[in-house]
Design a protein around this ligand. Structure first.
Ligand code: PMP
Length: 351
């Protein structure tokens, strides 16, 4: 007898990017920043340690107020979570009935199919366009009366492609307001395109839209696990009701507030990543790789046999994230790390 639901045995493994045994190996496999947390953030964490015997503010009131001010929305539109991945799980748990379908682009963030299965739903994967983007028409066509939610990831992990505001606007109009649209903007701060999504503006006309953000990427706080949703106050109230009690710890709450005060520094860091992304993408293209246009802090190299590239990267002292059968994702790191990955690509191309 199984102690758990039989369908859970079908859950695909989430394979995290591993640092590797050798400390000289640089990890470009988890889309982390090459910079540590801001000094101001480290200071508030140090100050908060003495209060760790107390539970945190359950609804992260100061943090949600600060995030609301940052986005120019009311505080009742914001719900914080233990990383945005916890919010993805909660949304799907709350939205799925047995037999529910959740439309996703594929390939996209590997946590989606896992969270959908755990929630009791069925993932309906819609293939990406040849350019690695979401096929929004096909995703809208995939909606049925069993659809509980549509996951839209922009920029998309792992291809890096981003939707324009116009594309998302038209999609939301087409799917209507009866189905949840979850817009995962984990990598929004790296976007430098023309007509980027201005997601918060869309909330007024689309109360079924839930926007997800994280402090793990541009804010250099992946280790602290803070994410949040921006949603219509009614949707936010449900997400607050189903949230894990005390889900965001007190150090994370004050660190995230301090990080939001570092807007200029965030801009400088993400400008660096965007410039390096452009440089590395151009070098890879010159070597013959077909690199989708990335608006995130990583690049995607489509290849069926990933092993030779992984080997070349390992020989150059880099770990990358391989999706066997599909391709390899390379995070943009420090200048030195990026030199190593282009060296690995040259090794690979010359093999
Ligand atoms: N969404 C996407 C698209 C991601 O790539 C990631 C992290 N890999 C997350 C969400 C999760 O971020 P967090 O650290 O906030 O849980």
């Amino acid at each position: 007898m199984s102690l758990f639901r039989d369908d859970l045995s079908a859950i695909p493994a989430y394979v995290p990017g591993r640092p590797g045994a050798d400390p000289s190996v640089i990890k470009l496999s988890s889309n982390e920043m090459p910079y540590g947390p801001f000094p101001s953030v480290q200071a508030v964490i140090a100050q908060g340690i003495g209060s760790l015997h107390m539970y945190p503010d359950m609804h992260a009131t100061r943090l949600t107020a600060r995030i609301a001010a940052f986005h120019g929305v009311s505080a009742d539109s914001i719900v914080a979570s233990n990383g945005s991945v916890a919010m993805i799980e909660k949304i799907l748990d709350a939205a799925c009935f047995p037999g529910s379908e959740v439309v996703i682009a594929w390939r996209s963030f590997e946590a989606y199919p896992i969270a959908i299965t755990v929630a009791g739903g069925t993932a309906v994967p819609v293939p990406l366009t040849p350019a690695g983007g979401h096929d929004l028409d096909a995703m809208a066509d995939a909606v049925t009366d069993r659809t509980a939610a549509i996951m839209v990831c922009s920029p998309n992990n792992p291809t890096g492609t981003a939707l324009t505001h116009r594309e998302l606007f038209r999609f939301l109009k087409r799917v209507g307001d009866d189905v949840l649209v979850v817009l995962d903007e984990a990598y929004i701060d790296f976007v430098r395109m023309v007509d980027p999504i201005r997601s918060v503006e869309l909330l007024a006309d689309h109360p079924n839209l839930v926007i997800l953000r994280t402090f793990s990427k541009a804010y250099s706080l992946a280790g602290l696990r803070v994410g949040y949703a921006i949603a219509h106050p009614d949707v936010a109230a449900t997400l607050r009701a189903v949230a894990t009690p005390f889900g965001v710890n007190s150090l994370s709450q004050s660190a995230a507030i301090a990080a939001l005060d570092e807007a200029d520094e965030v801009r400088m860091r993400t400008d660096f990543v965007a410039a390096e992304r452009k440089r590395v993408a151009a070098e890879l293209a010159a070597l013959g790789f077909d690199v989708p246009r990335s608006e995130a802090n990583f690049l995607w190299l489509e290849m069926a046999d990933t092993e030779p590239f992984v080997e070349a990267a390992t020989r150059s002292g880099i770990t990358v994230r391989a999706f066997p059968g599909d391709g390899v994702r390379i995070s943009i790191g420090s200048t030195a790390a990026n030199e190593r990955i282009t060296a690995a690509a040259r090794l690979y191309a010359a093999r």
